[in-house]
Design a protein around this ligand. Structure first.
Ligand code: AMP
Ligand code: ZN
Length: 476
């Protein structure tokens, strides 16, 4: 039975979706004013693993990630570049999809955009006005948090009771309470705007998620996610808006939040010079290594990105890929009862760990154990074959296939192992270097042979000298 840590109850709860075996899941998407950064990549990879595990477990998942295409930052950036926010959004949304695809993230069922939901947003704000939760001021329409019983339920925030007072004193229409937030912002000159009952303007940030979640998933969701920074105010405000406008509670059954990604112990920021975009990440690292790195940390933990951590992830992933390669080469042989036993035992442990709030690091500990046990079986088989001078090893092709099939099954969740490498064609340049190295080795010119090895490594090809001759593998 799957159990999840719910930010709302602060407890580990049994996972029971509102509708049997169907999961409606919403994760807050990016503001598309520039390329995504590796913090986004962490959060969307972590939720991709969660979504894939739900599917692996037999749930039908409907997954929505919104795109914030109107926002103060969008207006600022578009002005700097001398383009409209629509042009800016178009460019960055394309890039976002490309990056998500490169990161092996399964596309969402819907990626709704704010600018395509203005009518629904206006309708929802009017419903809030009608229900007595919203009021108009000189510069916009605000949500009155003190009128919503239970404000602070998610984040534990205590309401600041200070009222601005100016409304009474000066008769000017300002915010009633400092915690009140904008549902609609009246347009200032030169800003992109839409017509509304309150004049030209644009939506505030929080309302979009209440509206788009409802439109694409319904009034109640099973899972709502985002990183920890969104708990307050964004998610707290989403609850207040959705429950007050649509009348259904709870808006969300399980709130899941990912930990932040830091770079070498520090929060990523342009001024610190440690800000890494997804295109920059992809230019330097194999996306599969990044996925492996992310999946080896619990989604709720803070994660520290560094070259060392990525090198460690690369070495870890290589262990799996080398095993896959070795298993793909097993031919003939005798069946070994330990192989199937290993698969079944590992699967049980894997699901137990994943069912415990998607405990991927523990799941990987089990999988690393699988790798060493499988390697032991392969070594045993090789030793036996050598002793008997026969190809009849104590691990059959069928066993190897069962082990491989299991890794393929797990890969539905993590999508980071490589099964195609053995079949991949080497580029001509690398082939030539490989032949030349082989000739040098035969001539016992080991210095030259090592030079060719280094040249191949620079092309991303690592060599292993085995009893059966030289083997090559692609590395990041
Ligand atoms: P934003 O574009 O800042 O609105 O963020 C989009 C999503 O990425 C939200 O779910 C954020 O919580 C998440 N996010 C932003 N920065 C980070 C970070 N450094 N680490 C992890 N997640 C992040
Ligand atoms: Zn949101």
């Amino acid at each position: 039975m799957l159990r999840v840590q719910n930010t709302l109850s602060k407890q580990l709860e049994d996972f029971k979706p509102l509708k049997d075996r169907e999961v409606r899941m919403y994760v807050c998407g990016p503001t598309v004013y520039g390329p995504g950064h590796i913090g986004h990549a962490r959060t969307y990879t972590a939720f991709d693993v969660i979504r894939r595990y739900l599917e692996y477990s037999g749930y039908k998942v409907r997954y929505v990630v919104n795109l914030t295409d109107v926002h103060d930052d969008m207006i600022k950036r578009a002005n700097e570049q001398g383009i409209t926010i629509f042009e800016l959004a178009e460019k960055n949304i394309k890039l976002f999809f490309k990056d998500m695809d490169a990161l092996g993230i399964k596309p969402a069922n819907e990626n709704p955009r704010v600018t395509e939901h203005i009518k629904e947003i206006i309708d929802t704000i009017q419903a809030l006005e009608k229900n007595g939760f919203a009021y108009e001021t000189e510069d916009g329409v605000y949500y009155s948090v003190t009128r919503f019983k239970g404000y602070g339920r998610l984040s534990g925030i205590k309401l600041d009771k200070r009222v601005t007072g100016t409304r009474v004193e000066t008769d000017k229409y300002e915010k009633e309470n400092v915690t009140d937030f904008a549902l609609w912002k009246k347009a200032k000159p030169g800003e992109p705007s839409w017509e509304s009952p309150w004049g030209q303007g644009r939506p505030g940030w929080h309302i979009e998620c209440s509206v788009m979640a409802r439109k694409h998933l319904g009034e109640q969701l099973d899972i709502h996610g985002g990183a920890i920074d969104l708990i307050f105010p964004h998610h707290e405000n989403e609850i207040a808006q959705s429950e007050a406008a649509f009348g259904k509670a709870p808006f969300v059954k399980y709130w899941l939040h990912t930990g932040f990604l830091n770079v070498k112990g520090e929060k990523m920021s342009k001024s610190l010079g440690n800000y890494i975009t997804i295109p920059e990440l992809l230019a330097r690292y194999d996306p599969k290594v990044f996925r492996f790195f992310i999946a080896n940390v619990h989604y709720r933990s803070r994660i520290d990105f560094s070259e060392d951590a990525m090198a460690q992830a690369k070495a870890g992933l290589e262990k799996f890929n080398r095993l896959i390669e070795a298993l793909q080469e097993v031919k003939g042989g005798k069946d070994h009862p330990a192989a199937l036993h290993l698969v079944n035992e590992t699967r049980t442990a894997f699901t137990e760990h994943m069912d415990a709030d998607f405990n991927t690091p523990n799941a990987f500990a089990t999988l690393f154990n699988f790798v060493s046990e499988a390697n032991k079986l392969l070594a045993e088989a090789a030793a036996e074959a050598a002793a008997e001078a026969t190809a009849e090893t104590a691990l059959s092709e069928k066993d190897a296939k069962a082990l491989l099939d299991f890794l393929r099954e797990i890969n539905q969740v993590f999508n980071c192992f490589s099964f195609e490498r053995a079949k991949a064609e080497l580029p001509a340049e690398a082939k030539k270097l490989l032949d030349e190295r082989e000739a040098a080795r035969k001539a016992k010119d080991f210095k030259k042979s090592d030079e060719f090895r280094a040249k191949l490594r620079a092309l991303g090809i690592e060599l292993d000298d085995t009893r059966d001759g030289v083997k090559w593998r692609k590395v990041a």
